[in-house]
Design a protein around this ligand. Structure first.
Ligand code: DMJ
Length: 580
């Protein structure tokens, strides 16, 4: 594929360019030689044997290790293959040597107690990807929120105001889970010395909550280091003024110093957004638990009260709600952007409460029923999708963000009321298939930001501004849940396809970059390595190829940024497997 992409972009333009043509042939032969291990694979089972991963190891070392000149200039096939083998063996040894145990730090944080299995080769490749993403961030953007992997410098989004280090905090638990303890210790040291929330700047309450509070909480529960608990509670307290509205529905934006909040100017008449105010619950319940301050829990429980008093059109939750009047704004409903993680948190609140939060459970299954009735549709050729709803009219578009719903529905299927478990598992599998198609139907084999089911197309982006891919996790997240619940090998195969596409089209010398058009013949980089790539995409890939009892769902619930939070047990005697 890479050979075709490279040679296809530089065709000789006429016979007079013979010299260029010869140069191109030499170049192509060189590329073929270097990546022969990938291209001569005859079938997917060989792919799954990790040969592709070998080249990752070489690339990692070329960017970071002292041997880089070797690998970069190698024209000799034998030398190159020997190096690939050596690097691979080294990487495999490192990962299999690691103990692979995650120890509980308190009475709810147990993950596993059995013997440590060897990390399989596929999990190992995600470790190598994480290493490249992390090392690049560390080298070029340490302390910044994110990395610009092409221009090799820091990148700061205004979502975090002047808080720094989003990638460090977002990546903490992935580093821990992959047992990259040296890197984890460096990140911990940065958190201790440099993570500062005393900033006179406006932040997104939602983004800061899911990435920073969520990241710190997970790091605390995994490692037991007090600094993470302290920082999480400190930041949580700084977010509390966001709830100072007549209804208690929080503002989207908050100045952390003045405590003054407001909403996004574009959001339907000053409304707050469902996916933002509805995605605080898990973290805030844990903040109350860890701080002893009930205020966090009270704030998020009040959000539910307000929602439950409101009439819902067709049982659906509009994305906009005015925090002053407590009335819905524009009737736009979406399981993708603006709505998505609200539904996710209803289900996960119930699961995280050890299935005691009956209100969350009812709200989730009722909402899912309304979504099925009003938004879920099947295309002419049988692809199930979740459309968007605008004042009663359907827009036959599904966002990449919406693809998380396959995993969510699978996670909730077991508790579905009536005898709907099988039905919901089928829905989840169909959504996973549709989202896989959205990747498979592109040139780069990466999914567009949104794809449509109208005008004769299915699962294809038709608008230029919907063709980009920013390293988002949702499709891989769904593969991971589907794999855990079904063990159908196709989910690992699909995940492996994504690994190959990421390596071929997003990996650059300075990290991983998003691309502007997944239908283009070669990548046009957006030059951003999103922090959620390390927090979510690489973590879900790693878990997809790990054993099921690594962060088992009975003990852990993932927040919407893939930060694992322990189930809060209702009764200590109910935990025979847990270490006291
Ligand atoms: C992440 O920050 C979270 O998953 C959020 O819920 C939605 N978007 C991004 C990743 O795409």
């Amino acid at each position: 594929l890479l050979y075709r992409a490279v040679s296809g972009t530089r065709p000789p333009t006429s016979f007079r360019l013979t010299e260029k043509f010869i140069l191109l042939l030499v170049f192509s032969a060189f590329i073929t030689l270097c990546f022969g291990a990938i291209f001569f694979l005859p079938d997917s089972s060989k792919l799954l044997s990790g040969v592709f991963f070998h080249s990752s190891a070489v690339e990692t070392n070329t960017h970071t290790g002292p041997d880089s000149s070797d690998a970069g200039s190698a024209g000799n096939d034998d030398r190159l293959l020997a190096k690939i083998k050596k690097d691979h063996e080294k990487a495999l040894l490192e990962t299999t040597e690691r103990s692979y145990m995650i120890k509980p730090v308190d009475d709810t944080a147990l993950t596993r107690t059995d013997e440590s299995p060897d990390l399989n080769i596929l999990g190992c490749s995600q470790y190598i990807m994480m290493k490249h993403a992390w090392d690049s961030y560390k080298r070029y953007a340490w302390g910044s929120n994110e990395l610009r992997p092409v221009s090799k410098q820091g990148h700061s989004s205004n979502l975090f105001g002047s808080i720094k280090g989003a990638t460090i905090v977002d990546a903490l638990d992935t580093l821990y889970i992959m047992e990259m303890f040296e890197e984890f210790d460096a990140a911990t040291d940065w958190v201790e010395k440099s993570l500062d929330f005393n900033v006179n700047a406006e932040v997104s309450v939602f983004e800061v909550n899911i990435r920073f509070v969520g990241g710190l909480l997970s790091a605390y529960y995994l490692s037991g280091k007090e600094v993470f608990r302290r920082k999480a509670v400190e930041l949580g307290e700084k977010l509390l003024p966001a709830f100072k509205t007549p209804t208690g529905i929080p503002w989207a934006l908050l100045n952390l110093k003045s405590g003054i909040g407001r909403n996004w100017p574009w959001a339907s008449g000053g409304s707050s957004i469902l996916a933002e105010y509805g995605t605080l619950h898990l973290e805030f319940m844990h903040l109350s638990r860890l701080s002893g301050n009930p205020e966090f829990a009270q704030k998020v429980m009040n959000i539910r009260k307000v929602l439950n008093r409101l009439e819902k059109p067709q049982g659906l939750y509009p994305n906009y709600l005015n925090p002053n009047s407590g009335q819905w704004g524009q009737h736009h409903v979406s399981v993708g952007g603006l709505g998505d993680s609200f539904y996710e948190y209803l289900l996960k609140a119930w699961l995280m409460s050890d299935k005691t939060d009956e209100e969350g459970k009812k709200m989730y299954y009722d909402a899912l029923q309304a979504i099925e009735t009003n938004l879920m549709r099947k295309s002419t050729n049988g692809l199930t999708y979740i459309a968007e709803w605008k004042g009663g009219l359907l827009e036959h578009k599904m966002g990449h963000l919406t693809c998380f719903a396959g995993g969510m529905i699978a996670l909730g299927a077991d508790g579905a009321p009536g005898d709907k478990t099988g039905h919901q598992m089928e829905q989840a599998a169909e959504i996973a298939r549709t989202c896989h198609e959205s990747y498979a139907r592109t040139t780069l084999k990466l999914g567009p930001e949104a794809f449509r089911f109208d005008g004769g197309v299915e699962a294809i982006a038709t608008r230029q501004n919907e063709k980009y891919f920013i390293l988002r996790p949702e499709v891989i997240e769904t593969y991971m849940y589907m794999w855990r619940f079904t063990h159908d090998p196709k989910y690992r195969e699909w995940g492996w396809e994504a690994v190959q596409a990421l390596e071929q089209h997003c990996r650059v010398e300075g990290g991983y970059s998003g691309v502007r058009d997944v239908y283009a013949s070669s990548p046009n980089y957006d030059d951003v390595q999103q922090s959620f790539y390390l927090a979510e995409t690489l973590k879900y890939l790693y878990l997809l190829f790990s054993e099921d009892d690594h962060l088992p769902f009975e003990h852990w619930v993932f927040n919407t940024e893939a930060h694992p939070l322990p189930v809060i047990r209702k009764d200590k005697t109910d935990r025979p497997n847990e270490v006291e």
